[in-house]
Design a protein around this ligand. Structure first.
Ligand code: ZN
Ligand code: MN
Length: 474
């Protein structure tokens, strides 16, 4: 039987606030275990949480960039469950009145546009972290109380590709909005996938399972494929899907049952009496909206209209905020943004992909890069030498001028040297010279190669060509 998969996502993203959501402990990643805790976030009785204003601003921003309605009235609820990573035995979250409702985000998959609906985004607190060592489990509560937004989508996904494209788009939006650092490897953004399959053409959805703890884009794609295959095999053999939470074992490429899936009523949600509800005024919301920075689509539009950059180049530049920020710095006050864009998308990105340029620790500025490109396009540096200089800048830093001076890489107007080198090449290759004179144009490439080799970029290709033609014709 052929099956059609349907998926929905729950994405948890930690907000980039300085302090936690209900106390003043540091919300920074890491730290020695249990050194960033206080009576509030370790759940001691008698303490009172105080809501972090910045966290509320950030979730509203998230709502705006995902085209949500922002609730004018919002409140917090307790989600009760016992687990050793949650010392209070309840999580402060939001149930019936989340901050954001009914949004949508557009994605592109295989050149096709698709809209994914967002059901809600709510603000809650993170739990601690457990480490298991043999029969001992260790609890670190540093992460307890770090503000989290939970983005819940409608079941609008039908392939792993769509899920991955959406997840990447969400990461991009959060990064541009400056509200999450999206470091999957540090757990600051996590993705759970609800997944069911139904016979093709069937109107009804199948029973869903939830895949948890997917910590890379690769794991998300592989886990979805493994779970679709598992469910299909189960149904083909007359079995039934059980509603449950499963985790993915990447080594074995299979999903494993963790626990039977709970429903909302199992958590005995009730309004948190410690956190007052919030009523937003139109003015407050407008002020927060006004602080949103330029988002990727706006940047793309600016690159295309202000600089005349191709759509393809613009897409590549904005899809990494670090590259886009670098480009903005480079073209500020620069005469030829288009040349900067094409050298960036070409040679610069090639080295990024090879790992020669590390975008997190760039050793040169956008301005240095823009000047290098200008020298290249105004025939002050040869292609090869520009590449050489970029390599040097990537490795050791430094300005293009210093490197070109030190290693004598400039194209020189020294026609005497050029003339001498060309005389020499012609003299030592009498046969090829004869061939050229008798009308065989093909050997011209050979002479160009020889001259380039001897001059090492000290003359422009145009000057070499002119001299060669003049001298060979004599
Ligand atoms: Zn604390
Ligand atoms: Mn949650």
């Amino acid at each position: 039987m052929r099956y059609y998969p349907t998926m929905g996502l729950e994405i948890h993203a930690e907000l980039l606030t300085k302090s936690k959501v209900f106390c003043s402990c540091s919300a920074e990643f890491g730290g020695e275990p249990n050194t960033r805790c206080c009576p509030v976030c370790s759940g001691l009785p008698g303490t009172l949480p105080v809501l972090n204003r910045r966290a509320v601003e950030y979730i509203i921003k998230a709502g705006y960039v995902m085209n949500c309605d922002i609730s004018r009235f919002t409140k917090w609820d307790r989600k009760n469950y016992f687990y050793p990573d949650l010392p209070k035995a309840y999580q402060i979250s939001q149930m019936p009145r989340p901050v954001c409702l009914d949004g949508h985000v557009d994605i592109k998959v295989n050149d096709e546009d698709k809209t994914i609906r967002i059901n809600r985004i709510h603000l809650e607190e993170d739990a601690g972290k457990l480490t298991h060592e043999g029969r001992i489990s260790l609890a670190d509560y540093n992460r307890c109380g770090i503000p989290l937004i939970e983005i819940v989508t409608e079941p609008d996904f039908h392939s792993a590709e769509e899920v991955v494209a959406f997840f990447e788009k969400i990461k991009l939006l959060l990064l541009y909005a400056g509200i999450c650092d999206c470091k999957m490897e540090q757990g600051s953004i996590r993705c759970d996938v609800n997944i069911s399959i139904a016979p093709e053409g069937s109107e009804q959805l199948g029973t869903r399972t939830e895949l948890k703890n997917l910590n890379s884009l690769k794991a998300i794609a592989k886990a979805i494929e493994a779970e679709i295959a598992r469910q299909a095999e189960m149904l083909d053999n007359g079995g039934e899907i059980v509603q449950e939470t499963r985790r993915f074992n990447e080594a074995a490429m299979e999903t494993l049952a963790m626990r039977s899936k709970e429903d909302a009523h199992d958590y005995r949600y009730f309004p948190d009496p410690d956190i007052p509800p919030i009523i937003f005024t139109e003015e407050e919301l407008a002020d927060i909206r006004a602080t949103l920075p330029e988002m990727p689509e706006q940047r793309m539009a600016r690159y295309r209209t202000a600089y005349g950059i191709s759509e393809n180049d613009a897409v590549i530049i904005v899809s990494d905020k670090r590259v886009s920020d670098f480009f903005d710095e480079a073209v500020d006050g620069c005469k030829s943004p288009k040349n900067v864009a094409s050298y960036l998308v070409g040679e610069f990105m090639r080295r990024v992909n090879l790992g020669e340029i590390d975008l997190d620790v760039l050793k040169f500025s956008g301005k240095d890069f823009a000047r290098l490109v200008e020298y290249l396009y105004s025939d002050k540096l040869s292609q090869n030498n520009a590449k050489l200089i970029l390599g040097e800048m990537a490795q050791h830093g430094g300005s293009p001028e210093t490197i070109a001076d030190e290693q004598e890489l400039w194209i020189k107007e020294d026609t005497e040297q050029l003339s001498a080198v060309i005389d020499e090449i012609i003299a030592s290759n009498p046969k090829a010279s004869e061939q050229y004179r008798s009308g065989d144009q093909k050997v011209f490439g050979f002479f160009m190669g020889q001259a380039n080799k001897a001059l090492k970029g000290a003359a422009s290709p145009k000057a070499i060509q002119e001299q060669l033609i003049a001298k060979l014709r004599r």
